[in-house]
Ligand binder design. Sequence first.
Ligand code: FRU
Length: 481
Amino acid sequence: FTCILALAYSKSVDNNYENEKEDLENYIQNKKNEINHRFRPLYHVAPPVGWMNDPNGFSYHNGEFHLFYQFYPYKSEWGPMHWGHVISSDLVHWKQMPTALLPGTEQCFSGSAISQGDVLTLIYTGRRSIDEQPYFNESQYLAFSDDAVNFYKYEGNPVIPNAPNNAPDFRDPKVWKYGDEYYVIIGSKTSDERGRVLLYKSKDMFDWEFLTVLGESNGSLGYMWECPDFFELDGKFILLMSPQGVSPQGDRYKNSHQTGYIVGSFDYDTFQFIPEVEFQEIDYGHDFYAATTTQANGKRYLLAWFSMWDVPYPEDVDGWAGMMTITRELNLVNNRILMKPVSDMLNLRNEVALKDEVKPGQVHQFGKAVEIIIESDLYNKIDLLLDGQEGGGKVWIRWDPDIGKVVVDRGSGDIRQVEWKPIGSTTWRIFLDSCSLELFCGEGEVVLSSRVYPLGGWRLKNQSPQTIRVEAYNLQRSVPE
Ligand code: FRU
């Protein structure tokens, strides 16, 4: 196989493309100096310059985690898609790598990666403009690397030219290997506009056979399912995806698009996925989309685009836009995914910033990157204001035992809230970075991720009627400036 791979990419080294790559790296190095750092995250992956959306190709290869992302370097807005690239050995400290894929006749839309010995293979959607309606076509493409730095597109692309029903929306392949075979799922839609996920298999990654529709909306789950993922977790199978076009229902589905999962069973003989539990949101905050996972050391890790389509991106005036959430470790308990920050996040703790009781009305100041741990019995109301020492965005976190909901309120009615019935711990772990908040409740059964833009370091004010016990740590930088 490696032999075929070597042939596949040795032929396709293209000098123009190599020159373009070099020019792009020079551009990025120069342009970086123009960035305004006021909202730059200290421990979340963000693009060096320009625009980032979905995480792509999240994988473990030769002892290192690779994370790629939808990237447009030339403006802080979406544009012809590239794949940016960062690597990490602990999912906490990240190193910037050269851009992995540049658009050619195709834009490089979202996809995944698989480690094949010394070769790291990418499978992504090539989106091409066409003259007739619907004006674009989406097909699946391959690219390879034997040093995990320089990637070469396969000459025989595309490897899957069209969806079985020729739906133009046919994107975001997620690949995995089971036994001797490769499987891929791809997001798409039915001809009457219902989101669906298609399953294929292959012996070699080049020739793919369509197997079945793995999952499909009955009409209530949106018109398109983007960025599907499929994996086993604690004995069940999880179909994770980002449906577009789901209508709000009470507290649920209030974001412009959703990300969530269906728990079920799957059989590799029949290729049938049988859902057991209806679609559940995986994160209840304002900004969370296109989540993706990888597996290593027997653990399942997830991260997501810490933003959303069709919302303002206040950092765009600073020369960049979009970032990733911190990495979460997943478990399934009672058919519900629990998300916990990866354990190495503990290594980011610098000094203790506070370890004390905070009385009603008291205020404390922290740095721009801080983890705040709140211990409470939940029998009384909690009302915490988090804002900037120099103004800017504010957010309130609340709990009311009579209502039983955790609330993240960005003011002016911009609220996300969710019922929380602790299954164990009642602690809150709040991760704050220069422009974000991630609240992990209890064992991770409720997580809310929201972007907030305070100026200066963070400030905490206890507005609750009760004294709360707070432990807080300023966090170190773990991503490039
Ligand atoms: C999801 C998405 C994907 C697509 C990519 C394009 O956010 O729309 O479906 O591949 O972004 O950047």
